[in-house]
Design a protein around this ligand. Structure first.
Ligand code: ZN
Length: 224
């Protein structure tokens, strides 16, 4: 994979940010949203059916509007997609929409950005069913060290924002299985990197190199 040498910071999940010469951003599109006509360098997209906006009635329509968006070359990941016990339709409908997206992700060779609130067992069931060839990354991870280490051993990666950044979680997941994001803080990705360096005790430049490498592993077949 080719990634510009000047890129230092990668914001794995945001709804607001834009990329630039040194920052690569994955901006999330909700179902029915289209990739903008004018594309700024460093801004890439993920697109998916978020469980909050899914209903039993709109499920088929959201699936068919999503598909062409996912085929766009700037849409590099599927999601956020997943499960939420507090908001959204029945688990059955959420599961159906998720499996559809996970299958498309495999066909298009694009990783999956996962939103999940509780319902870890449902997510695990989906992973067993799909046995994915692409990476599944749990964004906004806020669980404890035990859960982080279990998920990583099952093949997931986690993406952390300021609120999930605990030294024991970083240690349990292992630095090679982590990405960073601004979704929960809305602040600058540089600050998230700074906080990560502080919490992990790893030198800032080393953090930049390791996280860039993690990103390259996830998107091994993609040129940017
Ligand atoms: Zn989000």
């Amino acid at each position: 994979m080719k990634l510009d040498e000047d890129i230092k910071f990668i914001d794995f999940h945001t709804h607001r940010g834009e990329g630039d010469g040194v920052t690569l951003v994955i901006k999330n599109l909700l179902a029915r949203e289209k990739v903008p006509e004018s594309l700024s360098p460093g801004t890439f997209y993920s697109a998916g059916i978020h469980p909050w906006y899914l209903t039993k009635e709109n499920c088929d329509e959201l699936k068919s509007t999503l598909k062409p968006v996912l085929e766009h070359h700037r849409v590099i990941a599927v999601g956020e997609a997943g499960f939420d016990s507090r908001r959204g339709p029945s688990t059955e409908v959420q599961y159906d929409a998720f499996i559809y997206q996970a299958q498309l992700a495999g066909q298009l060779d694009k990783p999956v950005v996962i939103h999940t609130v509780r319902l870890w067992d449902v997510l695990r069931k989906a992973k067993k069913e799909i046995n994915p060839s692409v990476k599944w990354i749990i964004h906004g991870f806020r669980g404890n060290a035990k859960l982080a280490s279990e998920l990583v051993s099952e093949g997931f990666m986690i993406s952390l924002g300021l609120n999930g950044m605990l030294p024991e979680v970083i240690e349990a997941a292992g630095i090679d299985n982590i990405l960073l994001e601004t979704d929960d803080s809305g602040g600058s990705i540089r600050d998230v990197y700074g906080s990560f360096a502080q919490v992990s005790g790893i030198d800032k430049n080393e953090v930049i190199a390791i996280l860039k490498n993690n990103f390259i592993k996830v998107f091994a077949k993609k040129d940017f």
